[in-house]
Design a protein around this ligand. Structure first.
Ligand SMILES: Nc1ccn([C@@H]2O[C@H](COP(=O)(O)OP(=O)(O)OP(=O)(O)O)[C@@H](O)[C@H]2O)c(=O)n1
Ligand SMILES: C[C@](O)(CO)[C@H](O)COP(=O)(O)O
Length: 233
């Protein structure tokens, strides 16, 4: 099968409550330009020609998703998420075809481009163990004591922001994520679970504007990025 026809699954963890955003609703349902954040994210994934199915993990008390126009898309499946992001991802993986590869992408990252998805899917020839999108750190990085005083400068050579999507074989990711969670490992992204199992995922450089909307001041930035994003490139 050629790279350009390979079909993959997308998993979207969307069961968070957005506590750092502090809004009146979970942040994935906040309006961003012409629709909510999750709507933008789903539009990107549902329109990519190599994504056959999108599995969305929802909060058990979600009262917004059913109103989204994307909710009736035939490619879309929902599942109830868990207490942490990793639990939500695992719940979705349990519905995924074990013979496929999966792109796990945060609901809270609406500024994803098809070009970055293409690059990540194509990376499995270079990184058959899987890979993630990343953005190189630009600034000098400091670590501080709890009181805010700088304790040291972190070398920024080969230092990256881990983004999403994160791209792995379903079976290996599901097994390693499940085992890592049983062992109580701290898993904040899919690569962490693969690393826990001794695997070294690759990093593929992605757009720095693929930001995770986390705090209130991220909304204006995401709005500007979306206005300038030609989704199909
Ligand atoms: N139990 C959880 C927690 C988070 N997420 C999802 O994981 C993504 C990244 O998590 P984050 O940015 O931390 O979102 P929240 O957990 O909602 O934010 P906060 O930590 O501020 O509460 C989000 O799309 C969020 O909806 C999830 O599916 N299940
Ligand atoms: C998966 C992730 O977006 C990669 O940077 C990040 O780890 C999510 O962290 P969060 O605390 O769940 O937002």
């Amino acid at each position: 099968m050629s790279q350009s026809t390979k079909q993959v699954i997308a998993v979207v963890p969307a069961a968070g409550i957005g506590s750092r955003m502090g809004a009146e609703r979970p942040k994935q349902y906040l309006q961003l330009n012409e629709q909510c954040i999750l709507g933008h994210t789903l539009d990107c994934l549902l329109t990519h020609p190599q994504i056959s199915t999108v599995i969305v993990a929802l909060n058990p008390s979600d009262e917004y998703f059913a109103q989204l126009p994307q909710a009736s898309n035939a490619k879309l499946v929902t599942v109830i998420g868990g207490g942490e992001r990793a639990d939500s991802v695992l719940a979705a993986l349990k519905l995924a075809d074990e013979h496929s590869w999966v792109l796990v992408h945060d609901a809270a990252r609406p500024c994803l481009s098809h070009h970055d998805i293409d690059k990540l899917i194509a990376s499995d020839s270079m990184f058959p163990q899987g890979a993630i999108l990343g953005s190189p750190v630009r600034d000098t990085m400091k670590r501080t004591e709890v009181n805010g005083e700088i304790s040291d400068t972190v070398c920024r050579e080969q230092l990256w922001h881990a983004l999403t999507p994160q791209y792995f074989p379903v079976r290996e990711l599901k097994n390693n994520l499940s085992a890592a969670l049983v062992e109580g490992a701290l898993i904040t992204d899919e690569a962490s679970a693969m690393q826990w199992a001794g695997i070294k995922p690759g990093i593929v450089r992605g757009r720095a504007d693929n930001i995770k909307v986390t705090h209130p001041d991220d909304l204006q930035l995401a709005s500007l990025f979306l206005d300038n994003l030609n989704r199909q490139v």
